[in-house]
Structures are given as structure tokens and as C-alpha cells.
Design a protein around this ligand. Structure first.
Ligand code: PRP
Length: 214
């Protein structure tokens, strides 16, 4: 019987998350891993994994559809949901930055037009500095906005820096660092304490072994 349902952020984090779970001893058949199925079980049948858009991981966990989730801190900072975050997973490292065209005179502008997939993080960042901003919310390819004149700068995630570089943008300021977190639904943490505790321990042990290079 399935003990836990775990929501995993699709995309950049997915392979690293499955690799980490495999290192804890969970088995997945090649067929399962290569399929496009959005809900799979591990070979023991104890865990069910659902693959959802990163921003939806906190939603599934908060509503208790998933007991736990694996998602970037960037997504959690942008989300308003109340989840337990018992473990930082040391995968999916990236930074949230302000970036602009290499020669942009940002300091001389009055109202700054900021394009982003992270409107809350951007508003908090500029709000704390007393900078007036017009936040333009986009869903992706945010780097195009300054290039095409839609915005003066962006607040976006940077991993390798390649996308910024290849679009003629550079980092103005690092807002924060991000890695993936294990998140847990508050009720599951109480009601399913044994299974959640086992998952946390096996992930923690695996991270410890990785840190020691075992
Ligand atoms: C993210 C982010 C940047 C890019 C950064 O986009 O928004 O565009 O990755 O990665 P890099 O520093 O390694 O180049 P994502 O791939 O999630 O796609 P999106 O454009 O749809 O947001």
C-alpha cells in the first residue's frame, strides 16, 4: 500500500530529485523513468510520485494531495503557502538575481519596469529598498523583456548564467541563493509521522554520505 505521495517539481530539478531518491535506496524501473507518466510508484509500491509544474508543488502539498514535495526555495519564497520545510536537499542550486542589459543606466531611471516570473520576490526586494517599480509578470523567457524594451531589468533565476550571457544581460545584484527543499504537509507530518520520519531520515543519511563523498 502507498505510504506517501510526493510531488516533484518537473523540469530542471526532476532528474536530480529522482537521482537523490534512487540514492536513498528507492528503485524505479527504466520503463517508468523513461515514460511520460505524471504519476509513478517506486518498485516497493510504498511511494507514489507525482510530477507537477514547480509552482504547483506547494499547492498539491498544502491541500494534502501530496504528503511531501521536492521544490526549489525560489518557488517557496514566491508562494504564500504554509508548509513545513524540514530538509534542505543540496540539489538544484541557483540564484535569484536582478539582471539588466550590459549598459543599462538603471540608477538614472525613475520608475523601474521589472519583468519577472517572481512578482512577490521582486516586489519585496525593491520595496525593502524603497525603489518604485512597475512589476510586469511573465511566464517564461523573461530575458527577452529588457532586450525588446518591455522592461528595464528582470528578476529571474540564474543557474549557469548562460541564458543571461547569450542574451546580452548581466547580473546587477544577487537577491538570494536557492536550493531544493523537502516540504511536508502539516497534517501529514502528524498523522503519517512514521513514514514521513523515515523519508526525512533516509534523505538526510544520503545527503550526509554525499557530503562525505562516500
Ligand atoms: C530558467 C530561468 C532562466 C534560465 C537560467 O528558465 O528563468 O531563463 O533557466 O538558466 P541558466 O543560468 O543555466 O542559463 P527555464 O529553463 O526554467 O525556462 P523558462 O524560460 O520557461 O522560465
Amino acid at each position: 500500500m502507498t505510504e506517501l505521495t510526493i510531488a516533484i517539481a518537473k523540469g530542471r530539478l526532476q532528474a536530480e530529485a529522482l537521482d537523490l531518491l534512487t540514492s536513498t535506496g528507492l528503485g524505479f524501473s527504466i520503463e517508468t523513468l523513461q515514460s511520460r507518466r505524471l504519476a509513478i510508484e517506486d518498485e516497493s509500491g510504498r511511494y507514489r510520485f507525482i510530477f507537477v509544474t514547480p509552482a504547483d508543488v506547494p499547492v498539491y502539498v498544502e491541500h494534502g494531495i501530496a504528503d511531501c514535495g521536492i521544490v526549489g526555495r525560489d518557488v517557496l519564497l514566491e508562494s504564500a503557502v504554509d508548509l513545513l520545510q524540514p530538509l534542505s536537499l543540496n540539489i538544484g542550486a541557483c540564484r535569484i538575481v536582478v539582471a539588466a542589459k550590459n549598459d543599462a543606466p538603471l540608477g538614472q531611471l525613475g520608475m523601474l519596469r521589472v519583468a519577472t516570473k517572481y512578482p512577490r520576490i521582486a516586489a519585496r526586494h525593491f520595496g525593502a529598498r524603497g525603489v518604485a517599480v512597475d512589476i510586469i509578470q511573465l511566464s517564461g523567457s523573461v530575458e527577452l523583456a529588457p532586450v525588446l524594451g518591455l522592461a528595464d531589468c528582470i528578476v529571474d533565476l540564474v543557474e549557469t548564467g548562460k541564458t543571461l550571457q547569450e542574451n546580452g544581460l548581466s547580473i546587477v545584484e544577487v537577491i538570494t541563493e536557492s536550493t531544493a527543499r523537502l516540504v511536508v504537509n502539516r497534517a501529514s507530518y502528524q498523522l503519517n509521522a512514521e513514514a514521513v520520519g523515515r523519508l526525512i531520515k533516509s534523505l538526510d543519511d544520503t545527503l550526509g554520505r554525499r557530503a562525505r563523498g562516500d
